[in-house]
Design a binder for this molecule. Structure first.
Ligand code: CP
Ligand code: NVA
Length: 320
């Protein structure tokens, strides 16, 4: 029997990504984004097997994580590689060793780094000094790996994501930013519904709108929940207070009153609309228990898809 387990299975359209960083959803071209989702679907279905031949991914996570940490670890195992958890609390990173030194040393040991931290600037500094791919595993600005899994889930539900409308309700945060950029690259109309004062970063919005114009879709910001969800094919939300904003929790709960993704809002969306949440979720705040557990929810498929999307990403970045 001929084994399909070969890194040659990475499609030609993704070969240019080998050795690259993924710091932002916008680091990928439209073609690469679509090809990564196709590879993720092929890996999920077992149509493609890729063996990275023992490559090693280092995880540097300065914030808590369940899904991202575990899905990266399992993705590497399924690709025939392994992962080392370089928890800042037990490495010299937590004692202040400079990024420039850490990045250069780790580049001699491991084949890629997935980094979860606060500032995008710190991530960029790692990428500057490292000679291996650096992957954004969430910063305050973006969560590109999440967006790949999200659009894979949307494509699974509708056959193709292009031309659909995804509405994100809530804080114009890291998850919203990557949804805007990645959605624009995939030809998805992205609406951000948020209270005034919690809109996405204007520079990210402008960039997403430029990318969207090239794909014939739109990225917009609305400040009224019903208008934001009307006719949408996916309703998505995230926590109102992200990691690092714990002290703003009460103030944000007041500001986001009326923005809970609930059955009333789902009724205004397309009749086939799916409900998404990156998790972890707070039932009764940004999402109702009914929306979370209802028949439209694809939230746990979405969480599973983190594994498949990251397997595709790792295969592309570490190929060859
Ligand atoms: N959605 C997500 O990134 O989850 P974790 O914080 O658990 O990794
Ligand atoms: N916006 C959230 C996402 C968690 C996966 C945060 O940054 O905490």
């Amino acid at each position: 029997m001929v084994s399909a387990a070969t890194s040659n299975a990475v499609p030609q359209s993704l070969r240019a990504l080998a050795g690259s960083d993924l710091l932002s959803s916008a680091d990928l071209s439209a073609e690469q984004t679509a090809a990564l989702l196709q590879l993720a679907a092929d890996l999920k279905a077992g149509r493609t097997l890729i063996d990275l031949g023992g490559k090693v991914l280092g995880l540097i996570f300065s914030k808590a994580s369940t899904r991202t940490r575990v899905s990266f670890t399992v993705a590497m195992a399924r690709l025939g590689g392994q992962t080392i958890d370089l928890n800042p609390q037990v490495s010299q990173v937590g004692r202040g060793e400079p990024v420039a030194d850490t990045a250069r040393v780790l580049s001699r040991y491991v084949d890629a780094l997935a980094i979860r931290t606060f500032g995008q600037d710190e991530l960029a500094e790692y990428a500057h000094w490292a000679s291996i791919p650096v992957i954004n595993a969430l910063t305050d600005l973006e969560h590109p790996c999440q967006a790949l899994a999200d659009y894979l889930t949307l494509a699974e539900a509708f056959g193709d994501a292009r031309g659909l409308t995804l509405t994100y309700l809530g804080d114009g945060n890291n998850v919203a930013h990557s949804l805007m950029l990645c959605g624009a690259l995939l030809g998805v109309n992205v609406r951000i519904g948020c209270p005034a004062g919690y809109a996405p970063d204007p520079q990210v919005l402008e960039h997403a709108q430029q990318l969207a114009a090239a794909q014939g879709c739109t990225v917009s910001v609305l400040h009224e929940p019903l208008a934001a969800v009307r006719g949408a094919h996916a309703l998505y939300t995230d926590v109102w207070a992200s990691m690092g904003q714990e002290q703003e929790k009460a103030e944000r709960e007041r500001a986001f009153a009326g923005w809970c993704l609930n059955e009333e809002l789902i009724a205004e969306a397309d009749s086939r609309a799916i409900v998404l949440h990156c998790l972890p979720a707070y039932r009764g705040l940004e999402i109702s228990a009914g929306a979370m557990e209802g028949s439209a929810s694809r939230i746990f498929d979405q969480a599973e898809n983190r594994l498949h999307a990251q397997q595709a990403l790792l295969a592309a970045l570490l190929a060859g």
